[in-house]
Design a protein around this ligand. Structure first.
Ligand SMILES: NC(=O)c1ccc[n+]([C@@H]2O[C@H](COP(=O)([O-])OP(=O)(O)OC[C@H]3O[C@@H](n4cnc5c(N)ncnc54)[C@H](O)[C@@H]3O)[C@@H](O)[C@H]2O)c1
Length: 368
C-alpha cells in the first residue's frame, strides 16, 4: 500500500482526495492543515486515518504527499518533503520566485535519481483532448507548427460565479507575492499569470515545444465590488496589486509564434481553457469549455476546403492516477516537478519583460 497524505485541506484538496482515494493500492494515511478543525472535517469526509497540524507528523505517516496549500508555501513544503525521501505532487504554480524554482528543480533532480516520483498538478493534462493533440502533433499530423493561440479565461473578478473575491480563497490570489524582505517579487509575479497563466503556458508549449524568448504585457486593476460597484486597491489590510489580465507572445524554438492570454475579467466564462495549433499541413483545436474528451482537426486534403473533423476520445488517466502509477511502477510519467520549474522560467521571463515595458526577453535557464 502507498501511504498517501495531503497538506492544505481547502478547496482544491477535495479534488485530490476524491480522485486519489479511489485508486487501488492507496491508503488514505493523513491530512494536515494549519486550521485543525478544517483538517479534521476533511479527514472525516475523505476517510483519512489521521488529521495533524504539523507537516513533520504528516511526513512521518506517509510515503507520498500532495501539497495543496496557497502558492507561497509550495517551495518550502516540497523541499522538505523531498528531503524526507517522499514522493511529492505539488500544486501549481510550483513556486512564487524563480530562485525557489531553481532550488526545487535541483532537489527534484536528485530525488528522481534516488527513485522518488515528483508531479506538478497541471490539471488540464487530464483532458483526453490535450493528450491526443500532443500525440498527433508529435507524430507530425499538422506538419511544422507555425502558430498557436491559447486562452485561459476566468470571470471571478467581474462575476460572483464562484462567490465573492472578498473571500479568503480569492483574496490571497489578488496579492503580488513578496520576497523574504517584504518587497513585491515583481509586477508580473503572482496574479492571473502565475495562477492560471502557468496552466496555459504548459498547455501550449507542451504541444508546440519550448520557446527561448517571449514578450509579456500584464495589467492590474482595482477590484470592483460586484454589489456596490465600489473600487478597491486594498481590502482588510491586503494590497490588491496582482495582475489580472495578461498576454504573452512566445518565440517557439521551432520557429513558430504562440500567443497565450489569461484574465479574471471574462464574464460568461467561469473557467475556459482553449487552444488552437496551426501548422504547415493542418490544425488542431481544443475547447475544454465544450468537452475534455473532444478535439477537432482540419488536416491533409480536408484543409483545402476548411473541412473540420470532430473526434470523440475515451477518458485518459488523470495526474492523480499517473502519480500513483509512477510510484507503483517506478516509471516517472508526465508532468514532473522539472516541468513545473520550466514553466516558472517562462513566468520569470514574463516578469522581466513587463519590467522592460514588454521587451522581448530570453527565457532563463534552470542551471541544471
Ligand atoms: N491544479 C488546479 O487546477 C488548481 C485549481 C485550484 C487551485 N489550485 C492550487 O491549489 C492550491 C490551493 O488552492 P485552494 O483554492 O485550495 O486554496 P484554499 O485557500 O481554498 O485552501 C488552502 C488551504 O491551505 C491551508 N494552509 C495555508 N497555509 C498552510 C500551511 N503553511 N500549512 C498547511 N496548510 C496551510 C489553508 O488553511 C487552507 O485550508 C493553490 O496553490 C492553487 O494554485 C490548483
Amino acid at each position: 500500500m502507498i501511504r498517501y497524505g495531503i497538506i492544505g485541506t481547502g478547496g482544491m484538496a477535495s479534488g485530490h482526495a476524491e480522485r486519489t482515494g479511489k485508486i487501488e493500492g492507496v491508503e488514505m494515511a493523513a491530512c494536515c492543515d494549519i486550521d485543525a478543525e478544517r483538517s479534521a472535517a476533511f479527514a472525516e469526509k475523505h476517510g483519512f486515518a489521521a488529521s495533524v497540524t504539523a507537516y513533520e507528523d504528516l511526513l512521518e505517516r506517509c510515503d507520498a504527499v500532495a501539497i495543496v496549500t496557497p502558492d507561497k508555501f509550495h517551495a518550502p513544503l516540497t523541499l522538505q518533503g523531498l528531503a524526507a525521501g517522499k514522493h511529492v505532487m505539488c500544486e501549481k504554480p510550483l513556486t512564487t520566485t524563480f530562485a525557489d524554482a531553481k532550488e526545487v528543480a535541483s532537489a527534484a533532480r536528485k530525488a528522481h535519481d534516488a527513485g522518488q516520483v515528483t508531479f506538478i498538478n497541471f490539471t488540464y493534462r487530464n483532458s483526453a483532448a490535450w493528450q491526443e493533440a500532443r500525440r498527433m502533433i508529435a507524430d507530425g499530423a499538422i506538419g511544422e507548427v507555425r502558430h498557436a493561440t491559447g486562452r485561459y479565461l476566468q470571470a471571478w473578478l467581474a462575476a460572483k460565479v464562484w462567490g465573492s473575491w472578498t473571500q479568503e480563497q480569492w483574496l490571497w490570489r489578488c496579492e503580488t507575492p513578496k520576497n523574504p524582505d517584504g518587497t513585491p517579487v515583481g509586477p508580473a509575479a503572482g496574479g492571473v499569470l502565475a495562477d492560471v497563466g502557468c496552466h496555459i503556458l504548459d498547455f501550449i508549449t507542451g504541444l508546440t515545444g519550448p520557446a527561448s524568448s517571449l514578450r509579456c504585457t500584464a495589467k492590474s486593476f482595482p477590484n470592483v465590488d460586484p454589489d456596490t460597484g465600489e473600487r478597491h486597491t486594498t481590502y482588510q489590510g491586503r494590497t490588491l496589486d496582482a495582475n489580472s489580465s495578461v498576454s504573452v507572445e512566445l518565440d517557439l524554438d521551432g520557429g513558430g509564434l504562440a500567443l497565450a492570454q489569461a484574465t479574471r475579467w471574462a464574464s460568461g466564462h467561469p473557467n475556459q481553457v482553449a487552444l488552437g495549433v496551426y501548422g504547415t499541413e493542418g490544425a488542431i483545436e481544443i475547447d475544454l469549455e465544450d468537452s475534455w474528451t473532444k478535439l477537432r482537426h482540419c488536416l491533409g486534403e480536408a484543409r483545402h476546403r476548411s473541412g473540420w473533423t470532430a473526434v470523440d476520445l475515451a477518458k485518459t488517466p488523470t495526474n492523480y492516477d499517473r502519480f500513483i502509477a509512477s510510484i507503483a511502477t517506478g516509471e516517472q510519467d508526465q508532468a514532473d516537478i522539472l516541468r513545473g520549474a520550466k514553466i516558472q522560467a517562462y513566468l520569470e521571463a514574463c516578469d522581466l519583460s513587463v519590467q522592460a515595458d514588454g521587451a522581448r526577453t530570453p527565457v532563463p535557464s534552470l542551471g541544471l
